[in-house]
Design a protein. Structure first.
Length: 114
């Protein structure tokens, strides 16, 4: 599978998810429900999303932390722009990676028919 999820792919996934609504892909609730399973499978080494999950965690920490690369106090507009870019990238990456994980889960762990 791909080594890294590129920034353009994350933005594309976010755009598609926002524009397409419920067409084709998993619902937002399914994607959010997949996050804990994705993290668990990554930690166990079953799923190859280690670097992507680490980057998502870093982006989330960057957005919520009081330490910024461009502080809002001094450069208000640019300080908000860097946070907006991080949030947009994070949202797109979560959408793309959860879709990728759900596809992987279908292939590796097929549903038990009972």
């Amino acid at each position: 599978m791909a080594k890294t999820l590129k920034r353009a792919a994350a933005f594309t996934a976010l755009g598609k998810a926002l524009m397409s609504g419920a067409r084709g892909g998993p619902s937002l609730s399914k994607r959010l429900a997949a996050l804990p399973r994705m993290l668990k499978a990554t930690v166990k080494g079953e799923y190859d999303g280690g670097m992507r999950v680490a980057l998502m965690a870093f982006a989330a920490a960057y957005v919520i932390s009081p330490i910024d690369a461009v502080p809002e106090a001094f450069l208000w507009v640019f300080g908000l722009v860097d946070d907006a870019v991080a949030v947009t990238w994070l949202a797109g990456t979560v959408l793309a990676e959860t879709e990728r994980f759900l596809e992987w889960e279908k292939l590796v762990k097929p549903a038990v028919v009972g």
